[in-house]
Design a protein around this ligand. Structure first.
Ligand code: BZD
Length: 834
């Protein structure tokens, strides 16, 4: 690698390289310098917003120094790198995370105090980076944190959406979506106007034979859009390794053609071109677990895949290695099927541009990619219409057809007798119009496919990928159970608990090896420790109660049992089961004598989550929750015994307040539908107990923490199919208690009953696909057990401590090590010593 500064001058360069601040004075100096010069503000107009900006810029400088060193070290050492391709990175706020990871939060707190600001107020100024929908996007963010913390040479690649997931407002009990424009001030990104890639769309394919008689193809005459790189530094915890998240933004290519148009007076049309180009990275699609086949979405996917691969290939080519070495230097992980076009794109680069033979290229491609599946829900499996792909990406469609041909020939050779098999496993679905099945393409183009929890990884092998297990054998399929980063979800969200744990375990090492938590079990009977543990939980509930008061104007009693369900609103996640359970509880309470009521455990039931804007049933559930809250919260008979809260605009920074404040949280999806779930892990790690179905990671959580520390209920995944069948074709009995709940809704107790007809009919008349009625009795019964258990606070506390002690497995560090070892074949690269 050639350096731009000649050898004799490098000493001067090194002398002038800025040093990271190490004292509150140095921090204060940097911060004020940024406020005065970078921001052009002064002591006369420095509000909390400006103080946040100055602090963020001071920390950004620190990250960049480490980032430079990390990247330089990687360039010199040239290890195998992992590239994590995800359309979503749900990062949340960056400042608090940066301060904790570089270990300078206390310095900053003191420095800010000297300037007249409180740390808590400054942190709150930051806008969440919300470039994701839910679990899948947040998982990608936790993985970035772990990869950096474990010193893996890793890059994330994504899209720089101008609008992240919408902000949710609740108006008259209805969800209203407000655009999330988050880029007005974002100190965490570095535009790299010199790193651009031209991306082609549409056009045509020219084919010819070269002198050696070899078939050649070229994709030509398309429309060009430019991708511009924006880099976001990702600091590791307690290491100087700082990785890169590269987000692509779209721009008109601005070549001569546009200039001519503009010059010849076609202003409008040249501006329209520009706007069309910028539309590609304008907005995140707000659906989770649903794919709707829109052209713009496909454009986003190709734009991002092509820019990322160009970048990866460019970096590889600089090292002048042979192509056969590519999979030894590059691992690419596909976060669901959204980046599947990277597979035909790499094949196109190798065959059409680099001139490799098909088979040689294909062997490189399949060794490079790994594919993670996050769902078995049929409506979420991506399919793209062949005519759309023909129009937008004509060469890629040909390559996909060729991949399919080779694959089907291989299947036919090995399974000559199975006539239907070819149709079942073909990448092309023979429908009207024909469709490209992206999950099959991803699977065929990868060397490993993984699910995200044991049950889920088993299910994909017996359902959607069943035939492929016969074709490739079971070794192509593996499981990597999800995890969460304990830095954000314990240390940052719950600093007091983190410090209490550290006081017993001799420091914060558990944040880098979460299995150390098991030593906490020794202290489960330690009186002072228990008292402190309980006080911290209470303080976290007080903090959430304060937030509820400030945002909703409702007072809740922090000594009540806090029962929380926060996640995207989806029928399969069954918030409807929860709210029907609440109505049932309300009816029981109303039927009691006042004396009897006094024995009840007071409850605050808290919901939060966004519904996809076009998902009517989910919006109806939000509406019902709000209506029920309106009635119950104002019923004098009820008082403090039951409160129902819908928290507006659930996001990462709110999750950091919510997760530490639960007594019980709800993970109650129909068995077999939630691939893993990760908020279940966040709640348990913060000392909350959970009620859940035998689904996703709940099963493994139970195995780790013990059956007596979790409230499981409901039917099992293996019985779901039969139950659904019996609803439609057998005799079907609606649960009587649920029927009473429906009667109450129909009476108009919670407002216009007509608004909820579809919700009820889905269960009563249309087969109850999500088995709400089947699980209702066991759900309500389990909540009674929870009430009983909560009365014994000592035992509850023991469960809480024991559970946390046994959660070590669910660190995303463990996941990343598993991916690195079993799929990526990469090693950490330790930072150079000073
Ligand atoms: O991925 C989620 C699953 O539903 C969870 O069970 C799992 O824990 C997490 C992480 O593995 N899936 C999603 O969040 N999916 C999406 O958000 C999504 C977005 C666009 C299109 C399809 C799915």
């Amino acid at each position: 690698v050639e350096a731009s500064i000649p050898e004799p001058q490098r000493e001067a360069w090194k002398k002038f390289t800025p040093k990271p601040f190490t004292t509150k004075e140095e921090f204060g100096k940097e911060t004020v310098r940024h406020i005065e010069t970078t921001l052009a503000r002064s002591l006369w107009n420095c509000d909390e917003g400006a103080a946040y900006s100055g602090t963020a810029l001071a920390f950004r400088d620190r990250l960049i120094l480490d980032w430079n060193k990390t990247q330089q070290n990687q360039t010199f050492t040239d290890p195998k790198r992992i590239y994590y391709l995800s359309l979503e990175f749900l990062m949340g706020r960056a400042l608090d995370n940066a301060m904790l990871n570089v270990g300078a939060k206390d310095i900053a707190r003191e420095g800010l105090a000297d300037l007249g600001f409180r740390m808590e107020d400054i942190i709150k100024q930051e806008h969440d980076a919300a470039l994701g929908n839910g679990g899948l996007g947040r998982l990608a963010a936790c993985f970035l944190d772990s990869m950096a913390s474990l010193n893996y040479p890793a890059w994330g690649y994504g899209l720089r959406y101008r609008y992240g997931i919408f902000k949710q407002e609740i108006v008259d009990g209805y969800q209203v979506e407000v655009p999330d424009y988050w880029l007005d001030f974002n100190p965490w990104e570095f535009p790299r106007h010199d790193i651009t890639v031209n991306i082609q769309f549409y056009g045509s394919v020219r084919k010819w034979q070269d002198e050696d008689g070899k078939q050649q193809s070229a994709w030509e005459n398309g429309e060009i859009v430019q991708a511009v790189a924006y880099d976001v530094p990702i600091p590791g915890f307690s290491t100087s390794t700082t990785n890169n998240l590269r987000l692509w933004s779209s721009k008109a290519s601005g070549g001569e053609f546009d200039f001519q148009k503009f010059n010849s007076g076609e202003y409008e049309s040249s501006v329209a071109d520009q706007q069309r180009a910028e539309t590609i990275s304008a907005v995140l699609y707000p659906n989770d677990n649903l794919e709707r086949g829109k052209e713009l979405r496909l454009k986003q996917q190709y734009f991002w895949c092509a820019a990322s691969l160009f970048d990866i290939v460019r970096r590889f080519k600089k090292t002048k290695r042979s192509w056969a070495d590519f999979p030894n230097q590059v691992a690419i992980q596909l976060n669901d099927t959204h980046p599947t076009l990277a597979i035909p794109e790499l094949q196109r680069i190798l065959v059409d541009i680099e001139g490799l033979d098909w088979d040689e290229a294909w062997s490189i491609v399949t060794k490079t990619f790994g594919y993670t599946n996050h769902t078995v829900l049929p409506e979420a499996l991506e399919k793209w219409s062949v005519p759309l792909m023909q129009w937008l990406l004509p060469r890629h469609l040909q390559i996909i057809y060729d991949i399919n041909l080779h694959f089907l020939q291989f299947v036919e050779r090995n399974f000559p007798k199975d006539r239907d098999l070819l149709g079942r496993v073909s990448i092309i679905e023979e429908s009207q119009p024909k469709m490209v099945r992206m999950a099959y393409l991803a699977l065929i183009g990868s060397h490993k496919v993984n699910g995200v929890a044991e049950l889920h990884s088993d299910l994909i092998k017996t359902t959607i990928f069943r035939d492929f297990v016969s074709i490739y054998g079971p070794d192509k399929f593996t499981n990597v159970t999800n995890g969460i980063t304990p830095r954000r979800w314990l240390h940052q969200a719950n600093p007091r608990l983190s410090d209490l744990i550290a006081s017993k375990l001799g420091g914060h090492d558990f944040l880098k090896d979460l299995t150390i938590l098991h030593k906490l079990e020794q202290y489960v009977d330690d009186k002072d420790f228990r008292k402190e543990w309980q006080e911290i939980k209470h303080a976290n509930k007080v903090r959430l109660a304060k937030h509820i008061k400030e945002t909703q104007g409702i007072s809740v009693n922090p000594s009540a049992l806090f029962d929380i369900q926060v996640k995207r609103i989806h029928e399969y996640k069954r918030q409807q089961l929860n709210i029907f359970g609440v109505i049932h509880r309300y009816l029981q309470l109303k039927s009691m004598a006042p004396e009897e009521r006094k024995k009840l455990v007071p409850r605050v039931v808290i919901f939060g989550g966004k519904a996809a804007p076009g998902y009517w049933m989910a919006k109806t559930v939000i509406h019902l929750i709000n209506k029920v809250g309106g009635v119950i919260n104002n019923d004098k008979d009820v008082g403090d015994l039951l409160k129902v809260i819908f928290l507006e605009d659930y996001n990462v920074s709110k999750a950091e307040i919510i997760c530490p404040a639960s007594d019980i949280s709800e993970h109650i999806s129909t068995a077999g539908t939630e691939a893993s779930g990760t908020s279940n892990m966040k709640f348990v790690l913060n000392g909350g107990l959970i009620i859940g179905t035998c689904d996703g990671a709940n099963i493994e959580i139970t195995r780790e923490i013990g059956e007596s520390n979790i409230f499981l209920f409901g039917n099992l995944a293996e019985d779901v199919e039969d139950l659904r069948h019996s609803h439609l074709y057998g005799d079907y009995q609606l649960d009587p208690a649920l029927n009473k709940v429906f009667d109450e809704i129909k009476k108009g107790t919670f407002g216009d009953a007509g608004a909820f007809t579809a919700l009820i009919n889905g269960i009563v008349e249309h087969g109850d696909y999500y088995l709400v009625s089947d699980d209702f009795a066991s759900y309500c019964k389990t909540h009674e057990l929870i009430d009983e258990a909560y009365k014994n606070q000592e035992e509850w506390l023991t469960k809480s401590i024991t559970s946390v002690a046994r959660m070590g497995f669910f660190s995303s560090d463990r996941c990343i090590d598993e991916y690195a070892e079993t799929i990526w074949n990469i090693e950490p690269l330790m930072p150079e010593k000073e």
